[in-house]
Design a protein around this ligand. Sequence first.
Ligand code: P6P
Length: 330
Amino acid sequence: MSGLVETDIVTLSRFILAEQSKVPGASGEFTLLLNSLQFAFKSIAYNIRRATLINLMGLAGASNSTGDDQKKLDVIGDEIFINAMRASKNVKVVVSEEQEDPILFSGNGRYCVVCDPIDGSSNLDAGVSVGTIFGIYRVKEGSEGTVDDVLRPGTEMVAAGYTMYGASANLVLTTGSGVNGFTLDNSLGEFILTHPNMKIPNKRSIYSVNEGNSQYWDEKTRGYFESLKFPKDGSKPYSARYIGSMVADVHRTLLYGGMFAYPADSKSKNGKLRILYEGFPMAFLMEQAGGLATDGKRRMMEIVPTTIHQRTPVWLGSKGEIEKAMEALK
Ligand code: P6P
C-alpha cells in the first residue's frame, strides 16, 4: 500500500454488492435498483447546482432549446426520479409527493418506491440544503403491484434513506442492518462510503421544531418545549436549531443528536409531514442508528397508512431525548 492515495475506495455499488452477499437468496435486482436510484440522485444534484447557477446569473425563466420554460425543480426532480425507476425494470409501483396517484409500471419488477423527489425545495433560492427522501418495499407475494403494496407499515420497508444536496451530495442509507453515509465524488461520479455504521448520540440538548406554530400546539406539547427552554432543575437550556428543510434538520440530528419534531396542532391534526415518504424513511434510519421515532404516541414504523399522502405528527431523534418527550406528552 503506497499510503499516498486511497487505492481501495468503497463505492456505493461495491458496498451494496457486499451487503447483498449477507442477505440469503438476495438477487442482483436490489443492487440494480439502487444503481438506478443513485443515477437519479446524481442527476438531481446536477440540476440543482445548474438551476442555482442559472438563477444566480439572472437567467431565471430561461428557456431550453425546445422553448420550454424553466420547469420548477420539483417537477424536474419528479420526472428524473420516475424515469429512472421506470428504466430500472425492477419497479412496479412509484409513489411521489408530486403525483396525486401511484404510478404503476408494466413488467416483472419486484419493488415499490415511495419518494419525495426534492423535499424542502421552497428553500432552494436561499441556498438551504434540500433532499430526496425515499423508501422501498418489495411487492407482496402474489401481487401484480398495486397501491396496497405501499399501504403497509414502515416495518415492511426493505430499505430507506435520503440524499441531501448541499456543498456535496450526501446519501444516507439503511437496508435494515445499520446506517451508512456516502458522499458523491463529482470527479469520479461515484458515491463513496464516508460515514460507515452511523449511530445517533443517545442524548444531546438540541431541539428542532418550528416554534412559530407554538400557539397551535396542545398544552402538553407546549409544556415539553417550555421545559427545555426553562429547565426547572437548574440545568442549561437546550439549543434551538431549525432549518425548515426536513432532510437538513434530520441529517444534523443524526450526526449531532437531539430531537426533531413536527407536532400535530390545531391547524393540522395530523401534522404536516407525510408518513410514507418522509416519516417512515426517517424513522427507519433513526431506529437503525439507535434512535427512536414516534407520532407522539406510538412507534411510527408500526403505523399502517390508509392513503398514500397521509400525514403524521413526527417526533424523532436521540433515544434519551424522545423517551423524555414521550414522557412529557403522556
Ligand atoms: P414549516 C419543507 O416544506 C417541509 O416539507 C419539510 O422539509 C420541513 O421539515 C417542513 O416542511 C417545514 O415546514 O411549516 O416549518 O415551514
